[in-house]
Ligand binder design. Sequence first.
Ligand code: ADE
Length: 249
Amino acid sequence: AAPIAIVAAMHEELKALLAQMPDEQRVRVAGRDFWVGHLQGQPVVAVLSRIGKVAAAVTATVLLERFGVRAIVFSGVAGGLAPGVNVGDVVVATELLQHDMDASPLFPKYEVPLMGISRFTADAVISDALAVVAEESLRDPVGLVGQEAADEFGLRSPKVHRGLLISGDRFVSTAAESEALRRHLPKALAVEMEGAAVAQVCHDYGVPFAAMRTISDRADDEAHGDFARFVAEVASRYSLALVGAWLAK
Ligand code: ADE
């Protein structure tokens, strides 16, 4: 069967995935390492997308053209925007939009020119399954990340949210900017830098796409925090548990 692509934006996450792959083989394309092998007995290609929409779009295109993947699942971190979307929660996207796309007045703000689309829909079957395993896994955050990390990052009863995820080529790190995004896009749950780009590529190819993101910050003045540590100790464990449980189903 054609493999499923698991794409991470950050090195710490990919490392966690590779540690669970017994047989990965490296294939280098476009300066990226694509890791071909198995996870939970399923054929997968795991890869680092790097950060930003173009990097993610190139990675997705290579996955589709060279590796013939049958679905792409993006796993990573995001900044929480909507009230109640807190650090340690998980967002599973139902729709994705590029918040920095604006060719107005030629096209409506956010619409991808000539596509007539501003919101790309995530695959419902994969997304539903990811949300179910996320609900199960998050019931025991200490079991997932350990007591120390749970205390350090204040993980109490993490929640799973489903809805609009927005992407743009900016790390949102001021309260003013996240406030502006909330005002323009009140439905947006969280912001990151790749998802909607991969969703657009998958739409062009007619291949299912899903995204799960662990909330690492609130996209405000404290958004820089200890990002690498959060990714290594919390987000990587979440994504491994979720993607692993989903593949094992
Ligand atoms: N990924 C994680 N946090 C983010 C933020 N605040 N802005 C953009 N992408 C992010």
